[in-house]
Design a protein around this ligand. Structure first.
Ligand code: HEM
Length: 363
């Protein structure tokens, strides 16, 4: 009898339940289904990030003396090193932009309502972890911009009441941003954060597999009125092939940016030099950074910056707990207040980010 690898594996692993799952998995198709592609595109960029990060590790040296030079070596001596670094830099930013878009799409479609509360919470944790990846990775080339942005960012963390002084020393590995901070950030970026994000991502994906994709309330209502179920297509191969088009689009944008606008290296950090004007954090922190600038130094006798940081903390917590705060959605109803709050947040983030950019350009 001819050897069959499938039969060989089946005898040992009993893959029948997996086959059954794949054959029966389906995805609802309706006028909002295109939003389903955003999660897959984010996942694709996450894989790109992990692969290019591993390649960069082959040459990067995490010390105050060698970090900048090792990145310059990657950019100028290692074959295609500039491209790998450029892909890593751009993909990290596109990944966060897509994760934001994915978050807002699931927010406005109310995909977080029962039974998907934990999918939302795990997604928010993923977004926070992405911010931490961005913040820790930014310092690694040890250039002027990253050095001073880390100083500003860690100062803000240090202003948190109670926890602040501990957070500042924990992040910096001392009182100032030094080589010890660089080594620490390297540890966060390549060991601690990947070890934490792995299980959270796995949980997010397992929940989605277990529960399937949600159907928006409006589509559900229409189908109920017609007495029909929402139409769906098979995941394998029909939806997967469409999903691949999303990945292909993400790859095209990424390749174009990485090749045509290579990620810059800048000038080596000099801790004794004065901070250059217009130091800003990465774009995804800008709306908070700009807001803190507008807050008066004291409000009713309290430190304005501290109040601003606390307000952002409370805001972040509310977004994390949206599925439990939006009681109407849990009952299958649409709340105008939640939708309007979401629209205001989007407009606020876009406006503040633009204002910060324009203010920096005009400098
Ligand atoms: C690294 C970041 C993330 C990855 C890789 C990821 C991946 C995915 C994937 C592949 C899906 C299924 C397809 C889709 O609905 O788009 C999904 C669904 C979902 N994600 Fe994420 N996600 C991430 C971040 C987030 C964030 C920040 C949130 C919001 C807080 C979130 C909330 C959800 C929800 C609620 C669903 C279920 C959608 C539904 O059933 O209709 N995810 N995610």
């Amino acid at each position: 009898m001819a050897f069959s690898p499938r039969a060989w594996l089946d005898e040992r692993l009993d893959l029948a339940p997996v086959r059954e799952f794949v054959e029966h998995k389906s995805v609802p198709i309706h006028r909002h289904s295109h939003w389903y592609y955003l999660g897959g595109m984010t996942l694709f960029l996450f894989v790109v990030q992990a692969m290019t990060g591993i390649l960069l590790l082959l040459y990067y040296q995490p010390s105050e003396a060698n970090a900048f030079e090792s990145v310059r070596f990657i950019m100028t001596q290692v074959r295609f090193g500039w491209l790998i670094r450029s892909i890593h830099g751009w993909s990290g930013n596109l990944l966060i932009a897509l994760a934001f878009a994915h978050m807002f799409s699931t927010f406005f479609l109310k995909s977080y309502r029962k039974p998907r509360e934990l999918t939302w919470v795990s997604g928010m944790l993923l977004l926070f972890l992405m911010f931490a990846f961005g913040f820790s990775g930014y310092l690694l080339p040890w250039n002027t911009l990253s050095y001073f942005a880390t100083m500003v960012g860690t100062n803000i963390a240090g202003a948190v009441p109670g926890l602040g002084p501990f957070a500042l020393r924990f992040l910096r590995g001392g009182d100032a941003v030094t080589g010890a901070t660089l080594t620490r950030f390297f540890g966060f970026h390549v060991a601690i954060l990947p070890a934490v994000i792995g299980p959270v991502l796995l949980l997010h994906l397992l929940l989605i597999q277990r529960q399937g994709m949600s159907v928006p309330l409006s589509v559900e209502e229409e189908c109920r009125a017609k007495g029909t179920a929402p139409p769906s297509i098979r995941f394998f191969p029909d939806f997967l092939l469409r999903e691949l088009m999303g990945w292909y689009l993400a790859l095209a944008v990424l390749a174009g940016l990485a090749a045509l606008v290579p990620w810059e290296l800048g000038v080596k950090a000099d801790p004794f030099a004065p901070a250059p004007p217009g130091i800003q954090p990465e774009w995804y922190f800008l709306f908070m950074f700009q807001t803190l600038k507008y807050i008066p130094a004291t409000i009713f006798g309290f430190d304005g910056e501290v109040l601003g940081i606390l307000a952002f903390g409370v805001g972040g917590l509310m977004v994390l707990l949206v599925p439990f705060l939006d009681r109407a959605a849990a009952k299958g109803m649409r709340s105008k207040i939640v939708k309007r709050a979401g629209v205001i947040v989007v407009i606020y983030i876009l406006t503040m980010t633009t204002v910060a950019y324009v203010a920096n350009l005009a400098r």
